[in-house]
Design a binder for this molecule. Structure first.
Ligand code: FE2
Ligand code: FE2
Length: 214
């Protein structure tokens, strides 16, 4: 009985610690260096720089959500056979978070002020999906990655042509997110019905609209 209570308290402390770490915008990439480092930093007009910053703020908010989703999932889902794959995916999400933070700094922009709200929402959804079943939890990861890939593709079309540093980050994230989505489905994730995906698209549009601006 005592052991169970300690585990619960430990988990909650870890969750709070991880949330504060994610929202502090002080992430260091644990593995790969940012793909932006391989590209020159080219001057942009004020309008272009502001637009690039808005898009990278949206991407950063998406990575904050990914952190929360994986943390919520880790708290409730069992995932006995695929825990290793999900841990690798979660590590790559930390790299993405660090790359987006770095690029935002280079663009002299700040992360979205709404990130604590997105984190709470995503953590709750991740934990709830894990409570229902691992199949639903993995299905939610797959459906989320599908949404993220659509955003990243649209950002590659919308980013200023000369912003090679942001493009390099977005391109590598797109490769990784597609891989995460496939891994979640291969691990037995539920393919969500179109109506659920449509609802997720509506929520993600609201998130991108507001994170671009605030
Ligand atoms: Fe990511
Ligand atoms: Fe991902």
């Amino acid at each position: 009985m005592t052991q169970r209570q300690l585990n619960l308290v430990d988990n909650l402390i870890c969750s709070v610690n991880r949330a504060l770490f994610t929202l502090s915008s002080n992430t260091r990439s644990p593995g790969r260096a940012s793909p932006a480092m391989q590209e020159a930093n080219v001057d942009m007009s004020e309008v272009e720089q502001r637009h690039a910053a808005g898009l990278m703020r949206v991407n950063h908010a998406g990575e904050v959500c990914a952190q929360a989703l994986y943390q919520g999932q880790a708290l409730t889902a069992k995932l006995p056979d695929v825990r290793k794959e999900m841990e690798i995916a979660a590590e790559e999400e930390v790299e993405h978070l660090a790359w987006c933070e770095d690029r935002l700094r280079e663009l002299e922009a700040r992360p979205s002020l709404l990130n604590p709200l997105w984190y709470s929402m995503s953590f709750g959804i991740g934990a709830a999906a894990g409570l229902i079943s691992d199949k639903v939890s993995l299905g939610f990861v797959a459906a989320t990655e599908e949404q993220v890939c659509k955003h990243l593709q649209s950002h590659l079309e919308s980013l200023p042509d000369q912003d090679a540093r942001s493009r390099a980050v977005v391109k590598q994230m797109l490769i990784d997110e597609e891989k995460h989505g496939h891994a979640a489905l291969d691990a037995g994730g539920l393919v969500f019905p179109a109506v659920v995906k449509a609802a997720m698209t509506a929520v993600s549009k609201l998130m991108t609209f507001s994170s671009y601006r605030v």
